[in-house]
Write a protein that binds this ligand. Structure first.
Ligand code: ADP
Ligand code: MG
Length: 705
């Protein structure tokens, strides 16, 4: 008996009452729904409360949507302007109301019959002192229909193509098919995939009930319980995967950095240009501890812009080099790689360490030398861009990989590094994009996390202001005062893919305009954008680094990591066009020195979302707070660089709101692995079975990570 019901779940939807082969085909194509179980996994996104049948007498302006039942007493057609309308009068024991239709009139005039009983649902409309209902859904009021129609009705997403198909497939069709499934197989079995203990501890309902209630709830409590259960389940298995992955990584062998050696000590005692913050000291210790265990380190270092991650990277590198290993550091852009190279080679200059830069524009001759020195081991510290993980780069003894500004790097790229060599190098991932805890748990669940939660001393907060373009001249005057006092300023223009050409013109125009306001020879302006050659970019950056240029006009190429402490003003043009995390990154370019710094957000009139973004920027400079707002505005899938990770495509869970469930699911997953890692205990068989079944469909990242 049981197997039979199991088979039903995997039956082709063509056999579901009401579907048939033609509709099945379009459902396959549009919704990727093939089997009965696929259809049951197509969850509704909201519910309509149709539990009340309103008496016609009770309808007034306080009721937005009304459901009425009665007999049609009159049907007439009319024209409004040149539009035909059909008005059907419905009468119940308490009164009469007009149902007004603008579409499908031909069909309706056949379907509706005077004297027959109907049930209708639609928006209440006031017309002078009477009410009517405009183009309601209308059905014959048979017992079966009333049972199906009234109550809490699940609403499903459909697609344009479904709606425009000859069957006009809408949410109600989907609900009807699912209803039919449960009518035909009232005892439909859905195998439990959680253990009794987890179910009880988290007060969950059974999987069987959850599937029924999510589609055909009898009350709101059932909806809530079904959602809770299904979200938990989804997050639990995701977390279980991540936790197992994490455990496996913890078990993967790693190089032992035996000693804190001479280089480290000499640098720490003699050449360190500032006192480390306590947070920096703590994180360096964490890295030290990781790298002496004989297990591979996989650590994420989260630190807001300007928190001083670079020096942490340098100390980590010294651990490796002191122990005879090589270090690779990767940045997402050439500018950043160059900057790291400059900063780091300057810091390490007093020490006998060979640091080199490898990017797309490294000349062939230099490239050859680098390759040779890498294989011979002469080269200790290689800094570069993505090019570093190209297969041609061979190290003699790569012990540590540092990835800066992780959000530009995909998980897959990280995985590629892991595959270099028999024993994988230690990995330190640094990110300045503060990630809300919910996301960090999900995306980086396989990494240990360190946080630099303290800024270097003497940092003054950046003063942030929003100005409309009508005040642009005042802003320019202010910038001039600051520049005259010896500061440097950025003007950043938005540049997004689709309208790149227009944006570039905007930037050029802005640049010319600013040149008029800041005339040479008194002032020097440079510009940097993606369409320039690397040499041009480098020359411009160099002029700004050295202080020769006071003003840099740029696109977001300077968004990440650029560090010029004397630059104290950031003017963001058309700031409404930037995302929150981008704005925060941009603002992070100033406030790096000891001077008072300013960030000015220039806009025209603001949309609602843009207003929230701008207000948030003005209100706070806390990166975590900003990322929470960003998450709410954009949803997790849109957060910088997370989309391609493929880990956020949850069917029902919503990371912006389901943090408590995520937390419980994560605890349950970790607890389970502690108790019974191999899931051997009979109590855990349902979980194991479910995992085995789903193994095939697992996203790629888990396999390669
Ligand atoms: P980020 O975390 O954004 O990468 P950086 O490593 O670029 O930050 O550091 C920002 C600036 O702060 C740099 O100019 C760096 O020299 C300086 N800095 C870092 N740590 C300290 C410290 N402990 N005390 C003073 N200045 C520091
Ligand atoms: Mg940095």
């Amino acid at each position: 008996m049981k197997t039979k019901y199991k088979d039903i779940l995997y039956q082709d939807i063509a056999y579901v009452k009401g579907i048939g082969p033609d509709k099945a085909k379009i459902l396959n194509e549009e919704l990727r729904v093939f089997t009965v179980f696929d259809l049951l996994n197509y969850f509704p996104f909201r519910y309509e409360d149709r539990s009340v049948i309103h008496s016609i007498e009770s309808i007034n302006y306080t009721i937005e949507y009304a459901q009425v039942k009665g007999i049609i007493t009159n049907i007439q057609t009319d024209t409004f302007g040149n539009k035909e309308v059909l008005i059907a009068q419905l009468k119940d024991a308490t009164g009469k109301i007009d149902l007004v239709f603008f579409n499908g009139i031909k069909w309706l005039s056949k379907f509706l019959k005077i004297g027959k009983s109907y049930i209708a649902y639609g928006k209440v409309n006031q017309f002078r002192d009477t009410y009517n209902i405009q183009h309601p859904e209308i059905d014959e009021a048979t017992d079966e229909i009333i049972q199906f129609k009234t109550g809490l009705c699940a609403v499903y997403n459909t697609t344009e193509r479904l709606k425009k198909s000859k069957w006009k497939i809408d949410s109600e069709n989907i609900r009807r098919w699912i209803y039919n499934i449960y009518q035909t197989y009232p005892q439909l079995q859905i195998t439990e995939n959680l253990s009794k203990e987890i179910i009880e501890k988290n007060k969950l309902i059974s999987r069987q009930d959850a599937y029924k209630f999510i589609h055909l709830p009898e009350n709101k409590e059932q909806i809530q319980k079904a959602q809770q259960r299904l979200k938990f389940e989804e997050l639990f298995f995701a977390q279980l995967d991540i936790a197992r992955q994490h455990k496996k990584m913890k078990l993967s062998k790693g190089y032992v950095f035996e000693n804190v050696g001479e280089l480290f000590n000499e640098f720490y005692h003699k050449h360190l240009p500032f006192e480390l913050t306590n947070a920096q000291k703590r994180v360096i210790k964490e890295i030290r501890n990781d790298t002496k265990t004989g297990r591979q380190m996989n650590r994420l270092l989260q630190g807001d812009v300007g928190s001083g991650k670079t020096i942490v990277a340098v100390f980590s590198a010294l651990f490796a080099i002191d122990n005879g290993y090589q270090v690779a550091m990767m940045a997402p852009t050439e500018i950043l790689a160059q900057q790291h190279f400059q900063t780091i080679s300057k810091l390490l200059q007093p020490l006998p360490i060979n640091v080199k830069l490898l990017t797309g524009s490294t000349p062939q001759k230099e490239r050859k030398i680098i390759h040779e020195q890498l294989t011979s081991g002469e080269l200790h510290f290689l800094i570069g861009t993505h090019a570093l993980i190209e297969d041609t780069v061979q190290f003699k003894k790569l012990g540590l990989v540092i990835i800066d500004e992780q959000h530009r790097f995909g998980v897959a790229q990280r995985a590629k590094i892991q595959l270099k060599g028999d024993i994988p190098p230690h990995v330190l991932v640094m990110t300045a994009t503060p990630i809300p805890r919910t996301l960090a748990m999900t995306i980086y669940g396989d990494l240990d996390v360190s946080v630099l939660d303290e800024l270097p001393p003497n940092r003054k907060p950046v003063i942030t202001a929003h100005r409309y373009y009508s005040k642009r001249l005042d802003v320019l005057r202010f910038v001039k005062e600051q520049v005259d006092a010896g500061r440097q300023a950025y003007f950043v223009f938005p540049l997004i893919q689709e309208s790149e050409k227009m944006d570039l013109e905007d930037l050029e125009r802005g640049y010319e305009e600013l040149k008029k306001f800041f005339p040479s020879p008194q002032y020097t302006l440079v510009k940097v954008h993606g369409k320039m050659s690397n040499e041009e970019k480098e020359a411009a950056m160099q002029a700004f680094y050295s202080g020769k240029a006071q003003i840099m006009v740029a696109t977001t190429v300077i968004e990440v990591g650029v560090d010029v402490p004397n630059a104290s003003i950031m003017v963001i043009e058309n700031a409404n066009r930037f995302g929150l995390s981008q704005l925060h990154q941009l603002r992070g370019r100033v406030g790096r020195g000891s001077e008072k710094s300013y960030c000015i957000l220039l806009t025209n009139n603001l949309s609602e979302d843009a207003k929230v973004r701008i207000d948030t920027m003005v209100r706070t400079s806390n990166g975590f707070e900003i990322s929470e707002v960003d998450l709410k505005l954009r949803g997790p899938g849109e957060l910088a660089g997370t989309r391609q990770s493929g880990m956020l495509n949850f069917k029902i869970a919503d990371l912006t709101t389901d943090y408590p469930i995520l937390k419980a699911a994560r605890e349950a997953a970790i607890d389970l692995l502690e108790k019974d890692e191999k899931l051997e205990h009979p109590e855990h068989w349902p979980i194991r079975e479910y995992i085995l079944q789903n193994e095939k469909e697992k996203p790629l990242w888990i396999k390669i990570a």
